[in-house]
Each structure stands twice: as structure tokens, then as C-alpha cells.
Design a protein around this ligand. Structure first.
Ligand SMILES: O=C(O)CCC(=O)C(=O)O
Ligand SMILES: [Fe+2]
Length: 309
């Protein structure tokens, strides 16, 4: 059975002038072109921070339903999701603009009107550490493709969301769908899991599901639809789902990035006769609106439908 490539991108092991750095760049690009994702081993989140973010996750998911539904979104379709007959046993809370102080504080204040500094500090530290991982890897990708000057402007124009996901165990011997198959509409999504084990599954190009047995020190680094368009189809957002089995609930943390103010457009270096332009330039948040309001789930390929050439 196939398994996802595991690549060490720990800061302590990478020196951007070394041959091992160049080798890691190659591995990262190959994995993203083949699978649309890989498992990153990354030292930016200590085991203390890992424990703290999942304690914070438990704390917020344990709040009463009446409080959790106060987590609404300003239009991007995020916010609280749960108790849905269509998706039983799945629950999610979302912090928007999670790398900003205002974003985290607004969420914390909704959940705990009298404040919860430990929660906001933990959420903020975690999301910054994961955003750093995205930057490290995307700089490798940009360097390998020779498009650093096109990636650089995104750095000041990226919003991050942080999602706290809980999947209840089916409590029977029958596996149950935890989250329906989809591609992420983000630029990049990075996924982290509380305990060693399976749950997440990725569809390969030959339409086979690969189970991801993720360890607590691993991060699934995944291309979203905006990355597919930006790389002119070289890195395709993988279809993924969650399958639940056994008697244990599963907790995951997801950080997704969205580009604001700038259009998503493949750099001219990635467009030539052999690789004609596949997607017209578009605004990421308008694509998110399309997804949220036009019921794009029914479409086989929402990105192609929205901006395909
Ligand atoms: O929890 C997971 O492993 C997957 C979550 C996911 O796909 C998402 O939040 O978009
Ligand atoms: Fe996803």
C-alpha cells in the first residue's frame, strides 16, 4: 500500500546553502507534484505546545452548544459546525485571521467573555509556528521553480484560519465517514493530529485512497485549490476525507492560508507551450464566496468551473 512521503523540514537541520537543503527542495517539489501533499517533520512546535494546543482544543469543544454557535463567520463559510445529521459525529470551531491579535482575541472573548489568556496565547503561538512551516516550504517551492519574486508579495497578504476539529468514534465495528471527500479551497492547508493513528485519507492520481498514519510530531502539508492555480496545475490539491474506526475520538488542528488583496495568477515562468495557462487570474476570497454561496460541492472540479481557461 502506498504511503505519503515523509520529509524533514526542521529548522535546526536546514541551512539554505547546504546540499541537503537543495535535496530537501527537490523532495518537497516532487512530493507536492505527485501527491499534492506530504508529511512534514518540523521542530517549530514543541511537544509542550502540542499538548497545550490540544488541551485548548478540548477546552473550547467542551463549551456548551449555545456558546459554540456564537462562532460565526464573516461570510467565508467558516465558524461553528456541528450536530449536523448530514455529518454526524463531526464538530468544528474556527478562528479567522488567526495570526492577528484581534482575530484571536475576538474569538476568545466570544467563547469566554471574562477572558482566557492561556487559550489565546496558546492558539496564537501555535498558528504562528505553523505559518512559519508554510513559509519555509513555500520558499523552497518558489526557489525550485525560480519564482521567488512572485511568492514574496504573498507573505504580507496572507490570512490564516485555525480550525479545531473533533470526530467522534463510531463506537461500532463499522467504519464511518468523518468528513466527506473534498479539496481545500485554501492556498495551503497544514494539518496536525493529537494522537498517533489513522483517520485522514488522501486520494492519489490513480484514484486510490491512501491512509495517513500520522504521528504527533508530523504535519500534513497540503496544496489547496489556490496553489493548484498558482502553480499552473503542477501541484494539484488532493482530494481527501476522514474515515473513523474504533472506539477513540479523533482531534485535529488545521491551519489554512488565504491570499487577500492580490490576484492569484500563475507566474509567467510556469507558463509555456508545453504548459499553457490553465486558470485565469482570480481573487481568492471571491472564489471562496463562490464556493460558499453557489453550492460548488456538486461540481466535480469547482476550480476549473470557476476560472479554468
Ligand atoms: O481532520 C482532518 O484530518 C481533515 C480536516 C480537513 O480536511 C479540513 O478541515 O479541511
Ligand atoms: Fe480539508
Amino acid at each position: 500500500m502506498a504511503s505519503l512521503p515523509v520529509i524533514n523540514v526542521s529548522v535546526k537541520d536546514l541551512n539554505s546553502n547546504s546540499s541537503s537543503w537543495a535535496k530537501t527542495c527537490d523532495e518537497v517539489v516532487r512530493a507536492l507534484e505527485e501527491y499534492g501533499c506530504f508529511i512534514a517533520v518540523y521542530d517549530g512546535v514543541s511537544s509542550q505546545l502540542h499538548d497545550a494546543i490540544f488541551a485548548a482544543s478540548q477546552q473550547v469543544l467542551d463549551l456548551p452548544y449555545e456558546v459554540k454557535i456564537l462562532n460565526t463567520s464573516d461570510g467565508a463559510g467558516h465558524g461553528y459546525f456541528g450536530q449536523s445529521p448530514k455529518n454526524p459525529g463531526f464538530e468544528r470551531l474556527t478562528i479567522e485571521k488567526a495570526t492577528t491579535k484581534e482575530g484571536v482575541e475576538a474569538f476568545t472573548k466570544l467563547m469566554w467573555p471574562s477572558g482566557n489568556d492561556t487559550f489565546s496565547e496558546t492558539a496564537s503561538t501555535f498558528v504562528h509556528a505553523v505559518a512559519q512551516l508554510e513559509e519555509i516550504v513555500m520558499k523552497m517551492v518558489a526557489k525550485s521553480y525560480g519564482v521567488e519574486q512572485h511568492y514574496e508579495p504573498f507573505l504580507g497578504s496572507t490570512d490564516y484560519i485555525l480550525k479545531f476539529n473533533k470526530y467522534e468514534s463510531p463506537k461500532t465495528d463499522e467504519p464511518r465517514l468523518g468528513l466527506f471527500p473534498h479539496t481545500d479551497k485554501s492556498f495551503i492547508t497544514i494539518l496536525h493530529q493529537k494522537e498517533q493513528g489513522k483517520g485522514l485519507e488522501i486520494k492519489t492520481k490513480d484514484q486510490k485512497w491512501v491512509e495517513v498514519d500520522l504521528s504527533p510530531s508530523g504535519f500534513v502539508f497540503m496544496a489547496g485549490d489556490a496553489c493548484t492555480a498558482w502553480t499552473n496545475g503542477r501541484m494539484e490539491a488532493p482530494v481527501h476525507r476522514v474515515m473513523m474506526e474504533g472506539k477513540k475520538d479523533r482531534f485535529s488542528m488545521v491551519v489554512s492560508s488565504y491570499i487577500r488583496d492580490l490576484e492569484i495568477q500563475a507566474p509567467q515562468e510556469l507558463v509555456d507551450e508545453e504548459h499553457p495557462m490553465q486558470y485565469k487570474p482570480f481573487e481568492h476570497y471571491k472564489y471562496i464566496d463562490f464556493h460558499t454561496y453557489q453550492n460548488s460541492r456538486k461540481l466535480r472540479n469547482p476550480l476549473k468551473h470557476y476560472c479554468g481557461v
